[in-house]
Design a binder for this molecule. Structure first.
Ligand SMILES: NC(=O)C1=CN([C@@H]2O[C@H](COP(=O)(O)OP(=O)(O)OC[C@H]3O[C@@H](n4cnc5c(N)ncnc54)[C@H](OP(=O)(O)O)[C@@H]3O)[C@@H](O)[C@H]2O)C=CC1
Length: 162
């Protein structure tokens, strides 16, 4: 089926926040069990990408973005067409206390490099999660969130002392 040239896609910022050592991942109650992802949110009319990132991070987890860097973009067809704009953001190391906005998220937490790297290596599917102590599950490869998390792990790993 041809897509109408009048069809619109909405810009969405998706942000992987780090404090330099850990990355911040969050989940909504609608996510499969154990799944955590980067913070996502629709851009408001009149906002720049930078403003949308700062607003979303503040609204969802109560943190102030110190610096941010554009990473990549992706067309995301679910549930309606969005343009995912991926950014990596840092907060000040001393200002990392998360205040989860429970109207938008079920949970948010800092994860260490080891935890995230182990989750990337794991080959489990969502349906295999049966115990209460769920291992961290990351978004699938088709999602830009997966690639942002992978890039963060690679960058952190390459900066470790030999
Ligand atoms: N590719 C990836 O890696 C990822 C993609 N995503 C995608 O990012 C998008 C945003 O994520 P998230 O904020 O969690 O989304 P949600 O679906 O939770 O939507 C959040 C709010 O945005 C409103 N909304 C829905 N559509 C639009 C629109 N076109 N413009 C403005 N506001 C809208 C909704 O209101 P209402 O209920 O009234 O419609 C809802 O209150 C989703 O489409 C999600 O699928 C998210 C994470 C990872």
């Amino acid at each position: 089926m041809a897509i109408s040239s009048a069809a619109k896609m909405a810009p969405v910022v998706i942000t992987l926040v780090t404090d330099g050592a850990r990355c911040l991942l969050a989940r909504q109650s609608s996510f499969p069990k154990g799944l955590y992802s980067a913070l996502a949110g629709f851009c408001d009319i009149g906002e720049s990408v930078e403003e949308a990132v700062q607003r979303e991070v503040a609204e969802e987890v109560g943190l102030e973005v110190e610096s941010l860097q554009y990473s990549a973009s992706q067309h995301w067809p679910f549930p309606n067409s969005s343009l995912m704009i991926a950014c990596h953001a840092t907060v000040k190391p001393g200002q990392t206390e998360i205040q989860v906005n429970l109207r938008e998220l079920e949970a948010a937490a800092w994860f260490s490099l080891d935890e995230v790297a182990a989750a990337l290596m794991r080959k489990g599917s969502f349906t295999q999660q049966q115990s209460d102590a769920l291992p961290l599950v990351l978004p699938p490869k088709l999602a830009i969130a997966h690639h942002m998390i992978k890039k963060w792990v690679e960058t952190q790993t390459s900066s470790l002392p030999a």
